[in-house]
Structures are given as C-alpha cells and as structure tokens.
Write a protein that binds this ligand. Structure first.
Ligand code: MD3
Ligand code: FE
Length: 204
C-alpha cells in the first residue's frame, strides 16, 4: 500500500540534546496548563490519551462542546502558554509554510493508551501541514488514505522522530495502535509525548 503523497518521515531528526531541551519546554507548558482527560462528543467516553496545548489556540474535545479550538484551558480557564521557541524554530526548519503555527497539541500516552483512527479536519487552513514530534517510548502508528477503509501502512515512531503531513497526507486517516513501554529513557515516568504543530486559521 502507498503512503499518501505529502507524508514526510524524518527519522531521528532530533538528537538527544534537542529532545531533552524540548522535553524541558513541554514540562514547563504542562506546569502552566495541566494534562486533562478529553472526552468524546455526546457520549462523554474518555480518551485514554491525556492532552494539553500551547499556542494562541488549543484543540480539545469534551462531551458538551465536541471537537474545537479555543484560546483557553477547559479546566483552568487560563490562556494557553506560548509555543516554545524551539518548536517555532523546528516549524521554520521543516514545515515549508510561511505563516507560523497557532496551536500545539500535546498528547501524553501511558503504556496502555491508544488513539483510534481519525482525521484532523477541524482547521480552516487545510493547506498548511501538520508537524508531529515524538518524545519517549516507541509507538506503533498507522496511516491510511482519505477514506476510512483505505489500506493502512504501519510504522514505529521513536523518540526524536519528526513527521510532516502535507498535501494528500494532511487529510489521511491515522492513529496510534499501541505504545511499547520501557523502550526509551527520556521520560522518567515512562510513556510518550506527541506534539503536533498546527496552523488553524488562514494567514491574512
Ligand atoms: C497524519 N497524533 O494529535 S502524530 C493527533 O502520535 C494525532 O499522538 C498522533 O494523530 C500521535 O491528531 C499521531 C502523526 C500525525 C499527526 C497528524 C496527522 C499524523 C497525521 C494529520 C494528518 C495525517
Ligand atoms: Fe491526528
């Protein structure tokens, strides 16, 4: 099966020093905006991944409001912290898109978390790529096509890997099947952070 056009996998893009620096920045964001447990629209079924954000907008989901971007944390009501400069630099290095990201969704996976197949389409600017950074334990990732039942390709995402999702890949179904606990020493508590940088609104 073919990985969609516009899927760019930068294996081991971040060396260990850069991963540690980025992790420090993630810790500071989480101290300001704690990880919360998102819930599915309507059913309220909790996701097994915990989430927070940084940037002028953050993506979230809860039972009553559904999927959306908003400028404040759902529990604290505070504005999200700014996107750390190291992540803004990474976007300029690899995104190939002039306007800066507005949102950085931070997902935290424990050893038993997964993320079901979905596509990311809540953004107005779908011509901008999504940029993904993996930190911590290995994860089995799948990516398919623009249809839910299109054939899927699986690969292992490791700490320091970066993916750029542009072009047709931007609207492809994807998800995380499982985490491989104990495969990275980066996080003392184990598990995995995934950061996704997103442009939400069309640039002026
Ligand atoms: C392919 N995150 O936050 S990152 C998400 O590892 C999300 O936490 C996963 O899916 C994670 O929405 C996968 C890789 C990724 C991110 C966005 C994509 C792949 C994508 C958007 C379109 C196609
Ligand atoms: Fe996604």
């Amino acid at each position: 099966m073919a990985i969609p056009q516009g899927f760019s996998y930068l294996s081991s893009y971040l060396d260990e020093e850069r991963q540690r620096k980025l992790l420090g920045a993630v810790r500071a964001v989480v101290a300001h905006s704690p990880l919360y447990t998102p819930a599915m629209p309507r059913s309220g079924k909790p996701l097994s991944v915990r989430m927070t954000n940084c940037g002028s907008l953050g993506w979230l989901t809860d039972r009553d409001g559904g999927y959306r971007y908003q400028p404040t944390h759902p529990d604290t009501g505070h504005a999200w912290a700014p996107i750390p400069e190291d992540l803004m630099r990474l976007w300029r290095e690899v995104a190939g898109y002039a306007a800066p990201p507005e949102a950085c969704l931070i997902n935290y996976y424990s050893g038993t978390s997964r993320l079901g197949s979905h596509k990311d389409a809540d953004e107005t600017d779908l011509s901008a790529p999504v940029l993904s950074v993996s930190l911590g334990d290995d994860a089995q990732f799948h990516v398919g096509g623009v249809g839910r039942t299109d054939p899927k390709e699986r690969l292992i995402l490791r700490s320091g890997d970066v993916i750029v999702l542009g072009g047709a890949a931007r609207l492809a179904y994807h998800g995380i099947d499982r985490i491989y606990p104990g495969t990275s020493d980066l996080l003392a508590e184990g598990g995995r952070f995934n950061l996704t940088l997103r442009r939400v609104n069309l640039p002026d």
